[in-house]
Design a protein around this ligand. Structure first.
Ligand SMILES: *Cc1c(COP(=O)(O)O)cnc(C)c1O
Length: 385
């Protein structure tokens, strides 16, 4: 199906009840039944019936259909945050005594789930260098139930060969999950490459306006039903109908925003790559990325996030550069309209002490959807200070 048709119209049959061009926000927690037979059917199968909004809701259902279509999946579940979608999908794959293989350096709260949380329930996680298929192979144990991927990650953008890892996992009856937040479903479809489940932080590109926290999980109907009847209904980290409606609205402009922020990023990168104070630029489509061919083969386009290594003697020097910037908001997150900067110097004390797996002079930028010339002038000024 055409992508713009999915973003603008597909799955919105509920609106036909009202002849509204925009779907209604059904802000109702509870749903009534006309007789006991209908109520019985609802309670027998929460997955297919709107009984209560912790399970199904008509506004949320529109978003589920759209996200499933975008990710070429059979179904999708919508969560109150990306972390909730990640936790629910991971928990659905393991029990005490099981083993997980994760790509190295995943999103920080995903690492927290593996290291601080699942350990308490007797689930062990090993991290591997996701650039090496061999590393996944070597890490497989008889009790490995899950391979967790994030391609690319959102700080230094290493990729995994999704088709190769999926094939390896299938041969060992191991489930695979891929965090696809960076690429969005427009630029990469891991399920089409054999991955079982895809997760998104919809708080980033899909919401796109820095005003919603939400998460999405996509996969086969069997997997989605299993997660729905287990972690989704039990842990209850659901989205409100109002926030689901904001995400549906976000989808209308998803392709425009992803494209504009990507073009902006490429303009900033062209400027930065030539600048003597920039030691290295990290971006999947950067010409000196050793994984460029893989990036081009599994992603149709890039995104507005990238990082640089700044030539700087100290944490204080990095901080000073960042503090001179006037047109980049100093903040976490990414994927909305505003240009952002997030220096890794904040993980060190100002005297340079402290330990972190990434260097103090690594700085992440998100290009946003504004005028790139203003951003380039801002960078020029801050770099010459
Ligand atoms: C932000 C983010 C998450 C977590 O999503 P929340 O919506 O903040 O819970 C997970 N993965 C990636 C890559 C992210 O950027």
């Amino acid at each position: 199906m055409d992508i713009t048709t999915i973003l603008n119209a597909f799955g919105e049959q509920e609106s036909e009840d009202y002849l509204s061009t925009v779907p209604a926000i059904i802000q109702s927690g509870n749903f009534a039944f006309r007789n006991t037979d209908a109520l019985r059917a609802g309670f027998e199968d929460f997955y297919h019936h709107a009984v209560y909004t912790r399970g199904n809701n008509p506004t949320v259902a529109i978003l589920r259909r759209k996200m499933a279509a975008l990710e070429k999946a059979e179904d999708a579940l919508i969560f109150g945050s990306g972390s909730a979608a990640i936790a629910a999908s991971v928990l659905s794959c393991v029990k005490a005594g099981d083993h997980i293989i994760s790509v190295g350096d995943p999103y920080s709260w995903t690492a927290h789930l593996f290291d601080k949380f699942l350990q308490r329930f007797g689930v062990q996680t090993d991290y591997v260098d996701g650039r090496q298929l061999e590393a996944f192979k070597k890490a497989i144990r008889p009790n490995t139930q899950l391979i967790y991927l994030e391609s690319p990650n959102t700080m230094t953008f290493e990729l995994q060969d999704l088709h190769a890892v999926a094939t390896l996992a299938k041969a060992h009856h191991i489930k695979t999950i891929c965090d696809n937040s960076y690429a969005t479903p427009l630029n990469q479809n891991p399920i089409a490459m054999g991955i079982d489940m895809v997760v998104h932080s919809a708080s980033k590109y899909i919401g796109g306006h820095s005003d919603v926290i939400a998460g999405i999980l996509c996969g086969s109907e069997a997997d989605m039903r299993r997660v729905f009847e287990g972690e989704f209904m039990t842990l209850g980290a659901v989205i409100s109908p109002n926030d689901a409606w904001l995400l549906i609205r976000g989808l209308r402009t998803l392709s425009l925003r992803v494209q504009k922020s990507s073009e902006n990023a490429q303009q900033l990168i062209r400027f930065l790559a030539e600048h003597p104070r920039i030691l290295k630029v990290f971006h999947p489509f950067s010409p000196d990325n050793p994984q460029l061919e893989l990036a081009k083969s599994q992603m149709s386009y890039c995104g507005g996030l990238f990082s640089i290594l700044l030539s700087a003697e100290s944490v204080a020097e990095v901080d000073a550069f960042v503090n001179r910037l006037k047109h980049f908001v100093l903040a976490a997150s990414w994927g909305a309209y505003e240009a952002l900067v997030l220096p890794n110097s904040i993980f060190y004390s100002t005297d340079g002490s402290g330990e972190h797996n990434r260097p103090y002079n690594l700085i992440r930028f998100y290009a946003g959807t504004g005028n790139p010339n203003i951003l380039i002038e801002d960078l020029k000024m801050a770099l010459s200070g």
